[in-house]
Write a protein that binds this ligand. Structure first.
Ligand SMILES: Nc1ncnc2c1ncn2[C@@H]1O[C@H](COP(=O)(O)OP(=O)(O)OP(=O)(O)O)[C@@H](O)[C@H]1O
Length: 388
């Protein structure tokens, strides 16, 4: 969708900002460009909408060499969000958002309807905010208008240059989450510039780590954190990259353990017999609707009458399938639990399996390969399944 072929940019004063750059961003993919100040990220981005012309090489957008496309026409096809937002101060939020549809000659009513729809999508109620002026908004709200405006004409490509750089860390995290939710709906092809590795890791399907005009590594976040290609990248991602990896590794069904499952209304002798047969010392307990209730200890399942309900213990530490290992670890700590349930299905109400600290560590190793893992087993092996 966006393709750089041996692109170099040398400014008139001799500064080589970008040096023989080749990479590709697939359709619907979000690639973050990350690196220290002055390494060429913004120059890379501005060459895509021809605010800067390359010295050599070529850039293709949707298969078309952009050197042959009229820059103004090109820019209308490419959404652009920058840190300073650049809203028109004398125009309302709705008018600002409708800017590009207007330029494209849409009818006023259609443009305003589209703008209202987009404001809604970025979490701003058009009835409340539509008639305000930019100086009547918070910094975070202005950024959202910037994103809505960039998306208004439904461009297939979005360029974002430190769009959340000017807001405080809490608002920033919220904007990042909202943007991820939005991107999962609109699936734009996105180039996203940041100098913050955490942001690059959270948002990027892939990350390009820049060092002085060149890409040092172009890879999935887990790979950049788990197997930095060069000492420069290792240094840039930081010594705590093992921890950062937790937030980019998702739990998969195959990571889980399958203890026996019994139901609240199961009769005690049968439940005890099942556990004995499987050699298990505890079981997960589900209710009639197969929702998680908790667990039961095999030693408690004695007696010839009664049901599992009499001895079951509640346990509601759980995460959905696909949650990050970081979320799982945090849930374990929060509940002081030796294991947590992993639930699947549409409403995350269907029991899939159990995750223990040891399995969590295995999952971390699996995500990139044992040798690359930063954390030692002893750091995460804090407890295990009760009685298992
Ligand atoms: N118009 C220009 N003339 C000369 N040099 C320039 C020009 N614009 C940028 N540069 C230089 O090119 C290099 C790359 O700049 P660029 O803005 O792409 O970096 P960046 O990675 O986006 O940095 P930052 O994170 O600080 O925005 C820098 O050394 C910069 O000083």
């Amino acid at each position: 969708m966006i393709r750089f072929e041996h692109v170099t940019k040398r400014f008139a004063d001799g500064t080589t900002a970008v040096d023989d750059l080749s990479f590709e961003v697939a359709e619907g993919e979000l690639v973050t460009l990350v690196g220290p100040s002055g390494c060429g990220k913004t120059t890379t981005m501005k060459m895509v909408n021809r605010l800067i012309e390359p010295t050599s090489g070529r850039i293709l957008v949707n298969g078309e060499d952009i050197a042959a496309v009229d820059p103004v026409e090109l820019r209308r096809r490419i959404g652009y969000v920058i840190q300073q937002v650049g809203l028109f101060p004398h125009k309302t939020v709705l008018e600002n958002t409708a800017t590009v549809p207007h330029l494209l000659g849409w009818q006023r009513r259609k443009a305003r309807e589209r703008a209202a729809e987009l404001l809604d999508l970025v979490g701003l109620d058009p009835a409340v905010y539509g008639d305000r002026y930019p100086d009547q908004l918070s910094g975070g709200q202005r950024q959202r208008v910037g994103v809505a405006r960039a998306l208004a004409a439904d461009p297939p490509v979005l360029l974002m240059d430190e769009p959340f750089g000017a807001v405080d860390p809490v608002v920033r995290e919220r904007l990042q989450n909202e943007f991820l939710r939005l991107q999962s709906q609109v699936r734009k092809t996105v180039l996203f510039v940041t100098h913050d590795i955490e942001e690059a890791v959270r948002l990027g399907d892939r990350i390009a780590v820049y060092g002085n005009g060149r890409i040092e590594q172009f890879d999935a976040p887990a790979a950049v954190l788990g197997a930095p290609a060069t000492p420069y990248v290792a240094d840039f991602v930081g010594a705590d990259r093992g921890l950062k990896r937790l937030s980019v590794t998702a739990i998969e069904a195959g990571d889980l353990e399958q203890p026996p499952v019994v139901h609240l209304e199961d009769r005690l002798p049968e439940a005890a017999e099942r556990l004995a047969r499987e050699g298990a010392r505890w079981a997960v307990v589900l209710d009639d609707a197969d929702h998680l209730h908790g667990w039961v200890d095999a030693g408690a399942l004695h007696g010839s009458s009664g049901t599992v309900r009499d001895h079951a213990r509640r346990m509601d530490a759980w995460v959905p399938v696909g949650a990050s290992l970081k979320q799982a670890f945090s849930t374990m700590l929060q509940h002081d639990a030796g294991w947590i349930a992993v639930l699947g299905g549409d409403g995350a109400d269907h029991f899939v399996g159990v995750l223990t600290p040891a399995l969590l560590h295995e999952a971390l190793r699996r995500s990139i390969g044992a040798d690359a893992v930063g954390a030692a087993r002893s750091e995460v092996d804090v407890a295990t399944v009760p009685g298992a």
